[in-house]
Ligand binder design. Sequence first.
Ligand code: CA
Length: 233
Amino acid sequence: MSNNKYKILVVEDDPNITSFIQAVLEANDFQVLTAPLCRQGVLMFSSHNPDLVVLDLGLPDMDGLDFIRQVRQTSMVPILVLSARTEESDKVTALDLGANDYVTKPFGTAELIARVRAALRVTRHSLQAAAPGSIFMVDNLVIDYDRRQVAVGGKLVHLTQTEYNILALLSQHTGKVMTYSAIIRAIWGSMDDGSIKKLQVNMANIRKKLGCRPGDNRYVTNELGVGYRMLDE
Ligand code: CA
């Protein structure tokens, strides 16, 4: 009866948070499996093949980061990390290890559902994005990967090579938070003291050229202290 439902594995040791998440997801027509321990989560992951994992980073038996390392050896399943404010640096590590997104505790129903839906969309996009010669479109922004051209509302935007590379990179990971270090390593190869500043300056120029005023997150949101996320709708 529930064959068409997305199956979500929730790995979380706090029973109150688990039942909250379970209730919210089930009310939104998702099928939910729960595991209170990391090891159990890994086993359930291999036996049930869920469409998405909601993962607490602070688990009693093993680090949530170990779960990501293990699962990413074989699977690109979207992983949504739950982090406490005291786990800020773990959150960044989780994203660098391949988690798709994070929610900081405490979080509400709307935020959780929005992040779950976005993470599930990421999978569909990445399957479609495999076609060569493709064009990326969101809102009135168009990126032509073959010509390395960017247009907003039909008008060509003149980006530097670096600016184009950053925007193209983000557009290939829509919906996913890319950390500063992941972007920097992809664009410049390595990281030094000035790298984050350099990235932020480039990003400010990109936004300006795309016609975004300060605080306008139409295409790219700034995840404070973490990185950037390109929106997919
Ligand atoms: Ca916990």
